[in-house]
Write a protein of this length. Structure first.
Length: 133
């Protein structure tokens, strides 16, 4: 049977307004209208400019989808980007872009937080290579 995937979204700690909003909503038991309550980060301090969206206007849509699918939002530390990128390059013989590496780091964080269950199929949508970066 085909079932909808669980969405696990990842942001770097340099620009994580959706993660902040999700953590607050989760701590408050997801009150009505939680999806409309998110911070705006002026001038995000991130080394991944393609992910520097301090005003996540899509959060109201994405957060409802994530909640409906039993997913979550996770944060990764940007200080881990270079070592993880090197590991991916060594193991897979390809150089990922920084935004792609954020996605892979989010996968590992989701595993660490037990957000991915044994036997589940996982798709990591990376969509970027080093050439684009």
């Amino acid at each position: 049977d085909l079932q909808n995937p669980r969405f696990i979204m990842v942001q770097s700690d340099g620009c994580d307004p959706m993660v902040q909003a999700w953590e607050k909503a989760e701590a408050e038991g997801f009150p009505e209208g939680f999806e409309k309550n998110y911070p705006v980060i002026d001038n995000p301090k991130t080394n991944v400019p393609t992910l520097a969206t301090g005003n996540p206007a899509t959060y109201p849509i994405i957060s409802k989808l994530v909640r409906k699918t039993g997913g979550s939002f996770v944060r990764m530390r940007e200080s881990k980007l270079i070592p993880l990128g090197k590991l991916i390059a060594y193991e897979q013989k390809m150089v990922p872009g920084p935004a792609s590496t954020v996605c892979v780091a989010g996968f590992f964080n989701a595993l660490k937080k037990n957000l991915i269950n044994d036997g589940e199929t996982v798709m990591v949508n990376i969509g970027e290579g080093a050439v684009r970066a």
